[in-house]
Design a protein around this ligand. Structure first.
Ligand code: C2E
Ligand code: CA
Ligand code: CA
Ligand code: CA
Length: 271
């Protein structure tokens, strides 16, 4: 990027520079937003496909910046990951979820399990488990109400360490989930080594089940999960047809616009 002397306009060499400037702007605003606790949490139900009954929820980060407007998580999460803010962001989401659960618990209302997305850096950070244990105790919420979703997209580089972290989650009573399953580079067989309680089939597969090849992949993942005694969740269920196909394949739980869109905590309280 170059700034011409005497002019207030910025000229960018190319689109790459421009997108870098945009990321920088987002990074700056994000830091302020975290300090001001502007990052919100929305919940999307995971439902029993056959009945639509809510089984649990997934927490999704939402950011409505006074400066930049509404920014999608697909945009600000990667920025937070790059500039080291992701742990702080996810810890603040956890606290919001715990506080929501505590309010319900204090009122004698029914609790539901809530899944928090955890980025790889956060998952492998030494503070991850101690923070979870400390915060759930602080809010008086049993660990079984909290699930941790870890994306498979990057593949588990360090399978030994991943194993240890999942094992600790299990020992403390937290639920876990492998998100976006099928998009990573790892083989299906590595899954049997991990003590996880759930896998989520990535939306891209659910979207393309009309293709024979994709259908075969979905079938394989469902069978594998069943053999390993894991819960399997289909992501991005948008149509009746997809629901029907998934049920025929033996998948019992799904998530998607066909059932519910992500909603605010207030909306979730009305369910
Ligand atoms: P994800 O974890 O795979 O979450 C599912 C995304 O799919 C959500 O998008 C959700 O709103 C969307 N979705 C749900 N059902 C449907 C459907 O039927 N059709 C379509 N087209 N989309 C559906 P969202 O909220 O925009 O989040 C996008 C991604 O941002 C998430 O994908 C996740 O990877 C990331 N993300 C969000 N919050 C966090 C967070 O706190 N930490 C981390 N590490 N990542 C997060
Ligand atoms: Ca997720
Ligand atoms: Ca996912
Ligand atoms: Ca996905």
């Amino acid at each position: 990027a170059k700034l011409r002397a005497g002019e207030s306009t910025c000229y960018y060499e190319n689109e790459h520079d421009e997108s870098m400037m945009k990321d920088l702007r987002i990074a700056n605003e994000l830091t302020a937003a975290l300090r001001r606790e502007e990052i919100d949490v929305h919940l999307q139900p995971k439902v029993e496909l056959s009945t639509g009954k809510i089984m649990s929820f997934e927490a999704l980060a939402r950011w409505n910046s006074p400066e930049l407007g509404t920014i999608a998580p697909d945009v600000f999460i990667p920025v937070a990951e790059k500039n080291g803010k992701i742990r702080m962001l996810e810890q603040s989401l956890l606290k919001r979820v715990l506080s929501w659960l505590k309010t319900r618990q204090d009122k004698g209302l029914e609790l539901s399990q809530v899944a928090i997305n955890v980025s790889t850096d956060h998952f492998f950070h030494h503070s991850f488990i101690p923070y979870l244990v400390d915060q759930t105790a602080e809010y008086g919420i049993e660990p079984k109400w909290i699930q941790l979703e870890i994306t498979e997209r990057i593949g588990f580089v360090d399978i030994e360490t991943a194993y240890k972290v999942f094992k600790q989650l299990l020992n403390y009573g937290f639920a876990s989930s492998i998100d976006d399953f099928g998009t990573g580079y790892s083989s299906l067989s590595y899954l049997q080594k991990l003590p996880v309680t759930e896998i989520k089939i990535d939306r891209s597969f659910i979207n393309n089940m009309h293709e024979q090849q994709t259908l075969a992949i979905v079938r394989t993942i469902i069978q594998l999960a069943e053999n390993l005694g894991m819960r399997v969740v289909a992501e991005g269920v948008e149509t009746e047809e997809q629901k029907r196909m998934l049920l025929a394949l033996g998948c019992r739980i799904g998530q998607g616009y066909f059932y519910y869109r992500p909603m605010s905590l207030d909306e979730a309280n009305l369910l």
